[in-house]
Design a protein around this ligand. Structure first.
Ligand SMILES: NC(=O)c1ccc[n+]([C@@H]2O[C@H](COP(=O)([O-])OP(=O)(O)OC[C@H]3O[C@@H](n4cnc5c(N)ncnc54)[C@H](OP(=O)(O)O)[C@@H]3O)[C@@H](O)[C@H]2O)c1
Length: 266
């Protein structure tokens, strides 16, 4: 199993490319010769990255400033991707929220479900028929270790990432023998703008420094894993420990433990 060979007309799509893991995925794919479609809301950031990647790697980098939590904007992008030669789709955009669900802003929680779960589903559905027709294509879905077990005080995020994790691994199974592949990237703590986007400021203090990995490390492992046709990529030692403990500790026990931890996130 290997990644589709990049061609002048094919594109690798990266959502959430304006920062963090997405920007690193875009650079890793450009380094492998893929021309890109970079997606996020912040157009200035996308433009800056696109210009740099085009100059450094000689690829074409298109940008689409799209709010993926907006169904109408997302549908327009989905229609475009369905009609294009998409070699790689990295469904990576996402954000988290912490606190009790009952006190959360319902509109923000809904946007989170739209972005972390429904948009991932929609864009995957958009590119699959073309990929199957060409018998070539790779899909990456950025889930999380948060999706492996219940997450009290992080409920919408944990549930949306459970969807992402399960969709990726299910599709991986379905695509066996088709020439296509789907890989789950399920990281633990990665140094990005994640905490800022979640509106919290003490994650840095709650999770000791050595347990964090860089966005570049997560992206490099994701792309290597995709190229190897892996079902799941869990970058970093701490994420591997989280994965084993999250999946094998009884849910009745792991829920209250995580509630104690997540209640401290402010
Ligand atoms: N960092 C971690 O510790 C960690 C751990 C596990 C999983 N993850 C997952 O990794 C993925 C990437 O996050 P990150 O850590 O790299 O965080 P980040 O630096 O905050 O990046 C998030 C990206 O998503 C984009 N985005 C947010 N809302 C969007 C919207 N409505 N429409 C389109 N794009 C949107 C942001 O761009 P704009 O703001 O410009 O739209 C940004 O490019 C997420 O799915 C996250 O849940 C992160």
């Amino acid at each position: 199993m290997s990644l589709p060979t990049p061609t002048p007309t094919s594109r690798a799509v990266v959502t959430g490319a304006s920062s963090g893991i997405g920007a690193a995925l875009a650079e890793g794919l450009a380094r492998r010769g893929y021309s890109l479609i970079l997606v996020a809301r912040r157009e200035d950031r996308l433009r800056e990255l696109a210009d740099r990647l085009a100059a450094d790697y000689g690829v074409t980098a298109e940008i689409r400033a799209v709010d993926l939590s907006d169904r109408a904007e997302r549908a327009k992008l989905g229609d475009e991707l369905a009609a294009r030669e998409i070699a790689v789709l990295c469904n990576n955009a996402g954000f988290a929220s912490y606190g009790e669900l009952a006190s959360a802003d319902p509109a923000r929680e809904r946007r989170q479900v739209e972005l972390n779960a429904v948009a991932v589903h929609d864009l995957t559905l958009a590119v699959l028929p073309g990929m199957l027709e060409r018998r070539a294509g790779a899909i990456l879905i950025t889930g999380s270790t948060a999706g492996n077990q219940p997450g009290p005080n992080n409920a919408t995020y944990a549930a949306s990432k459970a969807f992402a994790n399960t969709l990726a691994e299910s599709l991986h199974g379905e695509l066996a023998g088709t020439g296509l592949q789907c890989t789950l990237l399920a990281p633990g703590p990665v140094r990005t703008e994640y905490a800022e986007a979640a509106g919290v400021s003490n994650l840095d203090r709650l999770v000791p420094a050595p347990l964090w990995i860089s966005a570049e490390e997560a992206a490099t492992q994701a792309i290597t894993g995709m190229a190897a046709g892996r079902r799941r990529v869990v970058p970093g030692v701490f994420a591997k420990v989280q994965t084993v403990s999250g999946q094998y500790t009884p849910r009745g026990l792991v829920g209250p433990i995580l509630r104690t931890v997540y209640r401290k996130v402010k």
